[in-house]
Design a binder for this molecule. Structure first.
Ligand SMILES: [Zn+2]
Length: 292
């Protein structure tokens, strides 16, 4: 059962901000890290047998806060008598386990701290669960040319070639442990002063001017055609990801779309794609009836 699904709210926010304002170097770095993380997790999920989703309990994006910092795990799988802590990477080439037990690049001797982070989470979870289950921690190396030298212990490493066997034989958990494993909250992106309004093109992702013909729009930047509905839904989602405390109303969306869509059309798009809440002048819209 999927306890915590994969979602990337911080990535969507930064992606939206990137087109609407200037990002700091730190935010650009974060955007790159989150984009890489999503690709890695897409890859890992594509390697999981579909039946596994029904069998084990799956918690994506678990953040463990110890005294000093937050440590992130990509995914936790809970089966019959074992909790599997998995931290993914795309390290390439030959590696070894050094004398301190750390994963290390063979030639450069550059130490990766994945195993130390896993150990820290393992100790924490062991305590939280009162040592009821075995805890298996693995550094999952998805790089197709990743290799571990033959003298190193493979006990805490999984390569892309080991995964099928690792998943095989996992059986359903007998206890509901999800309540013990609630993640630390995600940090909030700081508020911004200058965020540009406007619709983004579903093809080139840029904030753009459009020529509209019935329900179709033509992007002036990439000359591709999209439906107004799609661009509008994307814009509404972006608005809520950037202003999570705000309410989606007709007036707000009219301004957010740079007053380029007639107010009556904005009202009908909101009615068509979102469910209404509140009454008459206080009406606002919820994203819930939009298919993902
Ligand atoms: Zn475009």
């Amino acid at each position: 059962m999927l306890i915590n699904k994969r979602s990337y709210p911080a990535l969507s926010r930064l992606e939206a901000l990137r087109h609407r304002t200037e990002l700091s170097d730190n935010e650009m770095l974060q955007l790159k890290q989150l984009t890489d993380q999503k690709l890695l997790e897409d890859h890992f999920e594509s390697l999981m047998p579909p039946s596994l989703h029904q069998t084990v309990d799956m918690i994506w994006h678990y953040t463990y806060a110890d005294y000093h910092h937050d440590i992130q795990l990509n995914v936790i799988l809970i089966e019959a008598d074992t909790v599997h802590l998995l931290k993914l990477n795309d390290y390439r080439g030959l590696h070894t386990i050094n004398q301190q037990g750390m994963l290390t690049e063979f030639f450069t001797r550059k130490v990766k701290d994945d195993l130390a982070q896993l150990m820290s989470i393992k100790l924490g979870i062991d305590y939280l669960l009162d040592r009821r289950l075995n805890i298996d921690m693995r550094c999952v190396c998805l790089g197709s040319d990743f290799e571990l030298d033959i003298h190193s212990s493979r006990q805490q490493i999984l390569t892309i070639h080991d995964l099928a066997d690792y998943f095989k034989g996992m059986t359903a958990p007998t206890e509901d442990l999800a309540a013990y494993l609630t993640s630390a909250p995600e940090p909030v992106t700081p508020a911004r002063l200058h965020i540009q309004n406007g619709l983004r093109c579903p093809h080139c992702n840029q904030l753009s001017e459009f020529t509209q013909h019935h329900h179709l729009i033509l992007c002036q930047k990439c000359r591709q055609i999209s439906t107004l509905d799609q661009a509008f839904i994307d814009a509404a989602r972006e608005y809520l990801s950037l202003y999570p405390d705000s309410r989606l109303t007709k007036g707000i969306m009219y301004k957010w779309c740079n007053k380029k869509i007639p107010a009556t059309k904005v009202a009908s798009l909101l009615k068509k794609h979102f469910s209404a809440a509140g009454k008459t002048k206080g009406t606002y819209y919820l994203l819930e009836n939009v298919p993902l």
